[in-house]
Structure formats: structure tokens, C-alpha cells
Design a protein around this ligand. Structure first.
Ligand code: A3P
Ligand code: EST
Length: 293
């Protein structure tokens, strides 16, 4: 099992680089049938997916933490594209799941299955600044053997700027979803805003999905979804995955949970190169990010 899942090469499906084992289930993702009422949490990797998943599950549970402790986050909010040998795929788990379903996806908007729009499903998109994303992604590659070896930080940064990492380029992902947000039922949020004022952002999510939260429930959700609370929660922090698959001693899944950690990784030269890449990629959009708090 370990040999089958350890450091498999990235594959390309419909022009998008994807984790090797995920490519095997791609047909089932493309033909997936959404149901009315499905809610999708969509992100580029390392942008706050787990955080938003926990928030949404708590909103659906009325802030009752006992309900959200029923299972690990990846079972409560199945990952559409997920596939691994010997485990139920994301599509299988979702087909078996009762409604209302909350679904996680990392798909760029152009590959997002049409079925979700046909069924008028809502999407919450969370975006995070590219410098913190690439740092977080580098450490995730190091700790989770479903990824290829990341190489050195310098090499990984290059691969990221070339879009040669799982789920492809960051820039077209965030811009693509930004462009459709007004035509579709998409709530577009930022990780940095969630850090700045978590209660305000939780409230936006609740309004978007049509749930009213009392001040008491809002406060409970806020506390349960703080970085420290989630880091200490085995049902949110991925420590229930075997360490041969995700090794938290290399880098914990709940790593820093801050804005601006990139400054501890980028050299001055790397930052200059990244700013050039960023300027090129982001000159054609009004989408803007905060890189420090
Ligand atoms: P860092 O590696 O920068 O710490 P995803 O869930 O999309 O994979 O994103 C993981 C990133 O979100 C990690 O970033 C993780 O620490 C951070 N994160 C998870 N829960 C969080 C929370 N409650 N508050 C702040 N950051 C959180
Ligand atoms: C892949 C990308 C991502 O952004 C988050 C996660 C979390 C769940 C991970 C999965 C992934 C990669 C494959 C696994 C899975 C948990 C078990 C599985 O082997 C590591």
C-alpha cells in the first residue's frame, strides 16, 4: 500500500496536472451527478479549505461540536477528485452520502463539472495570497507522500511559478473563479480576511447559505475554528491518517496559520523573481491580495 501511494508522479488530465492516483478516477469526476442543495467549497490547495470546511460543517450543525466530532473532516466533507488505491474515491463517498452534502474541490473553474451549475448549487471559493500558498504547499508536498518529491525550496518555487504542481497554476485558478463569481452563485472569500475578522467572514458564509446564527452560536463556531482549536482537534487536523501517508513530524498539516510566513522562506532574489512572475500573471485582473497582516 505504501509503495503504491509513495511519491507517485503527477499526471495530466484535460490539461491540468493532478495527483497521480487521482487521475485514475477522472472519468467519474467528469460524469459526477450533482444534487440540488449540494454546497461546494472550492479552493486552490493550501488556501484554507479545511478551515472553511470546518466552519461550514459547524454552521450546518448549529454550532454543536459533538456533531462535528462524528468523523474526520475528509469524511464529513468528501473531496470530489480524491482517489487512492484501496480507499473509496471521492465520487463513491459522495454517491453514498445523504443530502445535504458539503463537497470539497480543488478544480479550476473551466474543469468544474457543469452539473453543479445545472442543479443551481452554491460554491464558496477561498483564495489566499500566492506567496503564503507556495510556502504552505511546499511543506505539504514534504509531509504527504501522495505528492512527488518537492526538491529544494528553490526548485519547488520554480515549479510553482511554471504551474507544474498538482492542480496547475495558482494564477489562472484564482482569476478564473473571480471572473465567474457574478454570473454564478459563488461567494468569493479571502484567507487573509478570515484571519483579520473571522466572525465577520463566518457571518458572510452563514448568510450565503441561508442560515441565521445567534451571537452565541457564532461565538462557538469562532472558537472551534481558531487555528489552535483546529490544530488540537484530531477530527480537523489530519492526524488520523497514518504517518506513512502524512508525516506531521516533517511538517504538521496545521503548520503556522498566519499571513506573511513567506518572509521566513523567500530570499531577496527569490522575492524579486516572484514579483516579476506575479506582475506578469496578475496584470489583467482587478483581483488583489494582501501579503502581510
Ligand atoms: P500553513 O501551512 O500556512 O500553516 P488547506 O486546508 O487548503 O490545505 O490549507 C491549509 C493551510 O490553512 C495551512 O496553512 C493551515 O495551517 C491553514 N489553516 C488551517 N486551519 C486554519 C485555521 N483555523 N486558521 C488559520 N489557518 C488555518
Ligand atoms: C490532497 C490535496 C489537498 O489539498 C488536500 C488533501 C487532504 C487529504 C489528502 C489528499 C489531499 C491527498 C491524498 C491523501 C489525503 C488523505 C489520505 C490520502 O492518501 C494524503
Amino acid at each position: 500500500m505504501k509503495d503504491m501511494t509513495s511519491r507517485p508522479p503527477i499526471k495530466v488530465v484535460d490539461g491540468m496536472p493532478i495527483l497521480g492516483p487521482f487521475a485514475e478516477n477522472w472519468e467519474n469526476v467528469k460524469t459526477f451527478q450533482a444534487r440540488a442543495g449540494d454546497l461546494v467549497i472550492c479552493t486552490y490547495p493550501k488556501s484554507g479549505t479545511t478551515w472553511m470546511s470546518e466552519i461550514v460543517d459547524l454552521i450546518f450543525s448549529g454550532g454543536d461540536a459533538q456533531k462535528t466530532q462524528r468523523d474526520a473532516i475528509y469524511l464529513r466533507v468528501p473531496f470530489l477528485e480524491f482517489a487512492a488505491p484501496g480507499m473509496p474515491s471521492g465520487t463513491e463517498a459522495l454517491n453514498r452520502m445523504e443530502s445535504p452534502r458539503v463537497i470539497k474541490s480543488h478544480l479550476p473553474v473551466e474543469l468544474f463539472p457543469e452539473t453543479f451549475w445545472e442543479k443551481n448549487c452554491k460554491v464558496i471559493y477561498v483564495a489566499r495570497n500566492a506567496k503564503d500558498v507556495v510556502v504552505s504547499y511546499y511543506h505539504f508536498y514534504r509531509m504527504a507522500v501522495v505528492h512527488p518529491e518537492p526538491g529544494t525550496w528553490e526548485e519547488y518555487l520554480d515549479a510553482f511559478m511554471q504551474g507544474k504542481v498538482a492542480f496547475g497554476p495558482w494564477s489562472s485558478h484564482v482569476k478564473g473563479w473571480w471572473e465567474v463569481r457574478r454570473q454564478r452563485d459563488v461567494l468569493y472569500l479571502f484567507y487573509e480576511d478570515m484571519l483579520e475578522d473571522p466572525k465577520r467572514e463566518i457571518q458572510k458564509v452563514a448568510e450565503f447559505i441561508g442560515k441565521e446564527l445567534s451571537e452565541e452560536v457564532l461565538e462557538k463556531i469562532h472558537q472551534r475554528t481558531s487555528f489552535q482549536a483546529m490544530k488540537d482537534n484530531p477530527m480537523a487536523n489530519y492526524t488520523t491518517i497514518p504517518s506513512s501517508v502524512m508525516d506531521h513530524s516533517i511538517s504538521p498539516f496545521m503548520r503556522k496559520g498566519r499571513c506573511g510566513d513567506w518572509k521566513n522562506h523567500f530570499t531577496v532574489a527569490q522575492n524579486e523573481r516572484f514579483d516579476e512572475y506575479y506582475g506578469r500573471e496578475m496584470s489583467d485582473t482587478d483581483l488583489s491580495f494582501r501579503f502581510q497582516d
